[in-house]
Ligand binder design. Structure first.
Ligand code: ADP
Length: 558
C-alpha cells in the first residue's frame, strides 16, 4: 500500500517535475527568445548609435560649411558696401552730367552736375526724365530712349539748351551684370566752347583766300573753303563726305600724295610744298602746290587734315619767264662786258693819238691868240677826262671779267701795298690810314684790292676841307661772313643818295669840284655781289661816311 502510495506520489512527483521541467523549459525558451530579442535590440541600438555618430559628423561638417558660407557672405557684403560707397562717391564727385533712368524713363540716380543743370532734387527720383529735361531742345527724347532700350544701340546728338548753349547728348543702354537691359544712361557733355571754336574754324576755312580742304581721318571731305569751290568749279554737294582721292574721277589719286597723306594722318609729319602738275578735269593743265597739316582733335573732336591747295601755274609761268629773261640778261650782260672791255681797250689807242696830236698842234699854235689857247685847253682837258673814263671803264670791265677766286688773301699785306700805291695822294692830303690785325680771308687779291683801293681813294678824294683825312679799315668775323668797313671823316653823303651812288656813272658832284667818272662804287658793288655779299654806306653829312661790305665765307666743301 505504502508502495502504491509511494508510487502514486512518485508519479505525481514525476508529473510535477515533468510539468516543472516543462515549465522551466518554456521559461528557458522564453528567456532565450527574450535574450535573442535583447541581443537583436542591442544590435539595433548599436547600428542606431553608429548612424547617430555619422549624422553628428555630417552635422559638424555642415556646420563648418555654414561657417565658411557665412564668412564669405560677410566678405561679399563688405565688398558690396564698399562698391556702393565707391559708386555713390563716383556719382557725387563726378563732373559729368549723368542721369540713370529705368525702363519707364523714370529717374533712378543723377550726378550733382545733372541735378544742377536740370534743377533736380531727391524728390524727382522716380519721376519720368521727359518731364524734367524741359530745358533742352530734345523734343523726341522719349523716342530716343525707347530706341536705345529696344535696339541697344547708343545714340548721340548735339543739342542746345534754351540759352543756346551746346551739349552733346549721349544715351546708352543700362545693362545689368546678367546682361539684362534695365533702362538707360543719359550723359550730357558741355561742348559749347568746342562747337563755337569749330564754327569759328569753319568760318576761317570758308573765308581764306587760298583753296583749303578739310579731311577726316578716312580722307573724306569734311569741309572746304569758298575759294576751293571757286577754283575747282565744284560745290559742297559734289565733294562733302566723298573720299578726297576719289573726287573728280580720282584726279588726286597720286600714289606719292596718298603716301604723304597717310604719313600726315599717322602724325609723323606735315608735308609742305608738294607740287602736282597734271591735267585737271575742269581746269586743264595746272600746277598745284599742296601743303598739309594734321589737326589733333581735342575733347573728343575727331582728328582732321587741313590741306591747302595753291594754284601756282601762273607763278611757275612767271618764274620760267624770269629764268628765261635772266638768262637773256646774263647773255646781254656778258656781251656788254665784252663790248665795254673791247671798246675801252681799243679806244685807248686812238685817244692816245688824239691827245698826242692835239698836244703837238697846241704847241705849234699856242700863243697866236687867247681864244685859240682856250680852245686848245678845253680840247686837252676833254681828252684827259676821256682817257680817265676809258681807263676806269677798262678797269671795270676787267674786274667784271676777273675770276671769283677763293685764295687766302692777307688783308694786312694787301692794305700796305695799296697804301704804297696811293703814297703820293696820301702825302699830299696829309692823310692817315688806320688798320690793324686785319685777317687773312678767302678771296681774290686783285678784286678785294680793287674794293679797298676805290673806297680809300674816295675817302681821300671827298675829304673835309678843314681836316686832314682819317681813314679806318676794320674787319669783323661773323658766323657765315666777314664784315669789312672803310670809314672816313670826309664830306659825307646825304641820306637820299646812299643807294644811288652805287649805280654806274652816278656822281653827286661836278668833275670840277671832285674829279671822277662815277664808276668806282659800281665796280665795288659788282665785285661784292659776285662773292655773294652786300655793300652799303652809313653817312653823316659833314662828318664822314662809313662803307660796309660783307664777304661770305665759302662753304667748307666749296
Ligand atoms: P667817283 O669817285 O669816280 O665819282 P664813285 O662811283 O666812286 O665815283 O662814287 C660815286 C659818287 O659817290 C661820288 O661821285 C661821290 O659823290 C659819292 N661818294 C663816294 N664815296 C664817297 C665818300 N667817301 N664821301 C662822300 N661821297 C662819296
Amino acid at each position: 500500500m505504502q508502495l502504491a502510495a509511494a508510487q502514486v506520489s512518485l508519479t505525481v512527483a514525476r508529473q510535477t517535475l515533468k510539468a516543472t521541467v516543462e515549465n522551466q523549459e518554456s521559461v528557458i525558451e522564453e528567456l532565450r527568445s527574450a535574450n535573442e530579442e535583447i541581443v537583436s535590440g542591442n544590435e539595433e541600438l548599436q547600428s542606431s548609435n553608429e548612424e547617430l555618430e555619422t549624422a553628428k559628423e555630417e552635422l559638424q561638417s555642415t556646420n563648418e560649411e555654414l561657417h565658411t558660407v557665412n564668412a564669405e557672405l560677410q566678405h561679399g557684403n563688405a565688398e558690396l558696401t564698399q562698391l556702393n560707397n565707391d559708386l555713390t562717391n563716383i556719382l557725387t564727385n563726378s563732373p559729368l552730367c549723368l542721369v540713370i533712368v529705368g525702363k519707364k524713363s523714370e529717374i533712378r540716380r543723377f550726378t550733382p552736375a545733372a541735378g544742377k543743370l536740370f534743377r533736380l532734387d531727391s524728390s524727382d527720383v522716380e519721376r519720368p526724365i521727359t518731364d524734367v529735361i524741359m530745358g533742352l531742345e530734345v523734343l523726341d527724347l522719349e523716342d530716343l530712349l525707347r530706341s536705345v532700350t529696344e535696339t541697344l544701340s547708343p545714340v548721340e546728338r548735339e543739342v542746345q539748351d534754351h540759352h543756346g548753349k551746346w551739349y552733346s547728348l549721349q544715351i546708352r543702354p543700362y545693362m545689368t551684370l546678367d546682361n539684362r537691359i534695365d533702362g538707360a544712361v543719359i550723359v550730357l557733355v558741355d561742348i559749347d566752347a568746342i562747337r563755337r571754336s569749330r564754327e569759328a574754324a569753319n568760318a576761317i576755312v570758308a573765308t581764306v583766300r587760298e583753296p583749303l580742304i578739310v579731311l577726316n581721318k578716312h580722307l573724306r571731305v569734311v569741309n572746304a573753303s569758298r575759294s576751293f569751290f571757286e577754283t575747282f568749279k565744284t560745290e559742297p554737294a559734289d565733294i562733302v563726305d566723298k573720299h578726297f582721292l576719289e573726287l573728280e574721277k580720282s584726279e588726286w589719286d597720286i600714289s606719292s600724295l596718298r603716301t604723304l597723306l597717310s604719313t600726315v594722318l599717322e602724325g609723323a609729319q606735315d608735308f609742305t610744298d608738294f607740287e602736282v602738275t597734271k591735267k585737271f578735269a575742269r581746269l586743264g593743265m595746272r600746277t598745284m602746290l599742296l601743303n598739309a597739316r594734321k589737326i589733333n582733335g581735342v575733347s573728343g573732336e575727331p582728328d582732321l587734315i587741313l590741306l591747302a591747295i595753291e594754284d601756282i601755274t601762273d607763278r611757275r609761268a612767271r618764274e620760267s619767264e624770269i629764268i628765261r629773261t635772266s638768262a637773256d640778261l646774263k647773255r646781254t650782260n656778258t656781251q656788254l662786258e665784252q663790248f665795254a672791255y673791247i671798246a675801252s681797250h681799243d679806244l685807248q689807242e686812238p685817244l692816245r693819238t688824239m691827245s698826242l696830236y692835239i698836244d703837238l698842234i697846241s704847241r705849234r699854235f699856242k700863243g697866236t691868240d687867247p681864244k685859240t689857247d682856250e680852245l686848245f685847253d678845253i680840247a686837252l682837258s676833254g681828252v684827259g677826262r676821256m682817257k680817265q673814263l676809258v681807263a676806269d671803264l677798262l678797269e671795270f670791265a676787267q674786274a667784271t671779267r676777273a675770276e671769283v677766286k677763293f685764295e687766302p688773301v692777307d688783308c694786312q699785306g694787301l692794305l700796305s701795298r695799296i697804301e704804297k700805291t696811293l703814297k703820293t695822294v696820301i702825302a699830299n692830303a696829309d692823310a692817315k690810314i688806320h688798320y690793324d690785325s686785319l685777317p687773312t680771308v678767302l678771296s681774290s687779291d686783285l678784286l678785294l684790292g680793287q674794293i679797298f683801293q676805290n673806297l680809300i681813294s674816295n675817302g681821300l678824294k671827298f675829304r673835309n676841307p678843314n681836316a686832314s683825312p682819317q681813314i679806318t679799315i676794320e674787319a669783323k668775323e661773323r658766323a657765315s661772313d666777314w664784315l669789312f668797313s672803310v670809314g672816313d671823316n670826309g664830306i659825307g653823303i646825304e641820306k637820299q643818295y646812299t643807294e644811288r651812288i652805287f649805280q654806274i656813272f652816278q656822281r653827286l658832284h661836278t668833275a670840277k669840284d671832285y674829279p671822277g667818272t662815277g664808276i668806282g662804287l659800281s665796280m665795288c658793288q659788282n665785285i661784292v655781289e659776285r662773292y655773294g655779299g652786300t655793300i652799303w654806306v652809313e653817312s653823316d653829312i659833314g662828318k664822314g661816311s662809313k662803307f660796309f661790305f660783307t664777304l661770305p665765307k665759302p662753304a667748307p666743301n666749296a
